[in-house]
Design a protein around this ligand. Structure first.
Ligand code: HEC
Length: 98
């Protein structure tokens, strides 16, 4: 009986915290498939890069997936943002999108 209770608590905790943490490895695959053809790492490394915070980087990712008509889910945007951030940007990330 107690086992069932414990399992219920885990499920509830998962439901309350929402989706899993962003997955940079999944983001790498998504980026490699849909984004890399156009710009490689040079965009993220350029001096004049647009993104100056994690939230701005996420907005750029959201803008680009929209520009290219991909219709990504928020998790997809989060994963690609996490990939770009861990690989190139290194911003502090706070909040539910990390
Ligand atoms: C049609 C070509 C093209 C495609 C496809 C494309 N990009 Fe871009 N991207 C660019 C160009 C050019 C820039 C730089 C100019 C600008 O910011 O408008 C850029 C800039 C960016 C930046 C801002 C970099 C910075 O900090 O300055 C991000 C982030 C980005 N792209 C992410 C993505 C993602 C994620 C995808 C895939 C969903 C994607 N791009 C697909 C051409 C493309």
């Amino acid at each position: 009986m107690w086992k069932r209770g414990a399992l219920g608590a885990v499920c509830l905790a998962a439901a309350l915290t929402g989706a899993q943490a962003a997955d940079p490895e999944r983001g790498r695959l998504l980026h490699g498939t849909f984004c890399q053809g156009c710009h490689d790492e040079s965009v993220a490394k350029r001096e004049s890069r647009v993104a100056k915070s994690y939230q701005e980087l996420r907005r750029q990712v959201a803008r680009w997936q929209s520009n290219t008509g991909l219709n990504w889910q928020p998790e997809d945007v989060n994963d690609v943002t996490a990939y770009l951030n861990t690989t190139f940007y290194g911003f502090q990330c706070e909040g539910p999108d990390c």
